[in-house]
Ligand binder design. Structure first.
Ligand code: NAP
Length: 329
């Protein structure tokens, strides 16, 4: 058994930020990642919305974040996490293929994955016309016609966002009725650059080196059609990696952990969440690193308080830390 103060689950931007802050504070922390470090940075070609870096490749930002965390002593373990159990004494045990890691505090930064359409061409053209992030990639599609797939808030909001760049956006939904809020649909319908196609499913995404068109099927009459587009943005939901903890953690209908906004602690004492696993408005690199900063400082305070026998709720820890002289790390 390997003992730490904090176990960080996942090495995307949130996990690597948590590792950096833990390292600089000389906290005994371990980062456990099942794949390559970087999380969704690795699925993003170019990043132009991370302050201070005018433009950087996703893979390069991941490498810099990892190097910076390791420079300050981050201990990395590359192994799938199979389960996180909460023991009777409140200790958390992270079970991995590489052994068990024990810590009073866990910061879950395991991210998630955009739900896929699972159609031919989707994987082949990922990063070459197929995208799951309008804010990240929209600017690369200046002047092009785009397809947006989905019928929820995200699809409709992102379709409107993409009109800043695209000459036209076709919003394609598989049903007649939208899951998105009616006011968003009204705005989209009124938008001069948006066309809405309902009762259509994407059968395939086609192109040569880049996306050039999609094949659609009408779910009512079965007719197929071709739509010429320079890009396909897919917003059919997101799946947070929140299924690992062997304990009830409060979450919303989408499976996202609900956290205390001051500390990022969940309802389970000592379990914190940051980044895409957390219920919040946006899923950006900037918000993930912000969450992780808060979570790590709060977790370290919480571990200190626990060592003094004061294992309380997020609010109690916040009060204790304030009494200690505040939050500034
Ligand atoms: P969502 O609400 O789960 O909607 C997913 C949409 O994708 C649904 O319309 C669904 O169609 C469609 N879909 C799912 N699988 C599909 C498939 N295989 N092929 C075609 N279409 C498919 O997801 P979301 O839009 O990402 O939103 C997630 C959560 O974040 C929601 O709670 C949402 O309210 C919230 N959110 C809120 C805001 C906001 O308030 N401003 C913005 C973004 C997201 P069906 O309707 O037919 O199932």
């Amino acid at each position: 058994m390997n003992d730490y103060d904090i176990a960080i689950i996942g090495a995307g931007p949130a996990g690597l930020t948590a590792a950096l802050y833990a390292g600089r504070s000389k906290i005994r922390a371990v980062v456990i990642e099942s794949k390559a470090p970087g999380g969704q940075l690795l699925n993003t070609e170019l990043i132009e919305d991370y302050p201070g870096l005018k433009s950087i490749l996703g893979g390069d930002l991941a490498a810099v974040m990892l190097a910076q965390a390791e420079h300050f002593g981050a201990e990395m373990v590359y192994s799938p996490v199979n389960r996180i159990r909460v023991e009777d004494d409140g200790m958390k045990v992270v079970e991995t293929d590489a052994g068990e890691y024990r810590a009073p505090a866990v910061i879950v930064t395991a991210g998630g994955n955009p739900r896929k359409l699972d159609v031919p061409g989707e994987e082949e053209f990922a990063g070459r016309g197929v995208s799951y992030c309008a804010v990240c990639d929209g600017a690369f599609f200046e002047g092009l016609e785009l397809a947006v797939i989905g019928g929820g808030d995200a699809a409709v909001e992102e379709a409107m966002f993409l009109t800043r760049y695209a000459s036209k956006v076709t919003l394609i939904h598989r049903r007649e009725h939208f899951r998105a809020q009616p006011i968003l649909i009204e705005e989209a319908r009124a938008h001069p650059k948006i066309e809405i196609l309902v009762n259509r499913v994407v059968e395939s995404i086609e192109g040569n080196h880049k996306v050039s068109h999609v094949h659609l099927r009408d779910t009512v009459d079965g007719q197929t059609s071709r739509l010429d587009v320079g890009g396909v943005f897919i917003f059919v939901g997101f799946i947070p990696n929140t299924g690992l903890i062997d304990h009830h953690v409060d979450h919303d209908a989408g499976g996202y952990y609900r956290t205390d906004p001051m500390t990022m602690m969940t309802n389970v004492p000592g379990i914190f969440a940051a980044g895409d696993v957390r219920a919040q408005l946006t899923r950006q690199i900037t918000t993930a690193v912000g969450d992780a900063t808060t979570a790590t400082i709060a977790a370290s305070k919480w571990v200190e308080e626990r060592a003094r026998g004061n294992e309380g709720s997020a609010l109690q820890v916040l009060e204790a830390a304030s009494a200690d002289g505040g939050w500034v790390a």
